[in-house]
Design a protein around this ligand. Structure first.
Ligand SMILES: [Zn+2]
Ligand SMILES: [Zn+2]
Length: 155
């Protein structure tokens, strides 16, 4: 029988986690793994105990930053990395599965934390209507492997 690969299992989990996001602007989920084990998870949203964008801002949506994103939310990658750090779990050498490719500020954090590989489902540039995926470009330029999930499935 065909067993699901870890890539499929982790990306499906990331997609399910995205559904938990309370943000009205975007729902993004991610899973941080090492050696086929999960070391942390995250989805985008304001820090725990502060805001729930959907309850608080409803129809009008949460306050935007200069790029049109939620100005209150930590990104999924930031939540996953912060949780691991808070609990003394090293993320060095790990792989991150994320439903939207990292923005430039998450890319800087991913690089700094020595995460070695990023697998993303959807392109941030396509979602934002930007010319290039600056987060992906940054990571590749400095030696972090970045793979589109679609490319993974076809190989
Ligand atoms: Zn929000
Ligand atoms: Zn980000």
């Amino acid at each position: 029988m065909n067993k699901p690969s870890f890539d499929v299992i982790f990306m499906e989990l990331a997609q399910n986690l995205a559904l938990r996001s309370h943000c009205t602007r975007a729902q993004v989920g991610c899973v941080l793994t090492k050696d086929t084990r999960i070391i942390s998870i995250g989805y985008n949203g304001p820090p725990a105990g502060t805001h729930n964008c959907d309850d608080e801002f409803g129809e009008e949506g949460c306050p935007r930053d200069s790029k049109g994103s939620c100005s209150l939310a930590l990104h999924a990658e930031q939540n996953a990395i912060l949780y691991a750090s808070k609990n003394g779990v090293s993320v060095e050498g790990s792989t991150i599965y994320v439903t939207l490719s990292p923005c430039i500020s998450c890319a800087r954090i991913i690089y700094s934390m020595k995460i070695k590989k990023v697998i993303f489902l959807n392109s941030y540039a396509a979602y934002k209507g930007l010319a290039s995926d600056e987060g992906v470009d940054f990571l590749r330029k400095f030696g972090v492997e970045v793979v589109a999930y679609a490319d993974l499935q076809s190989s």
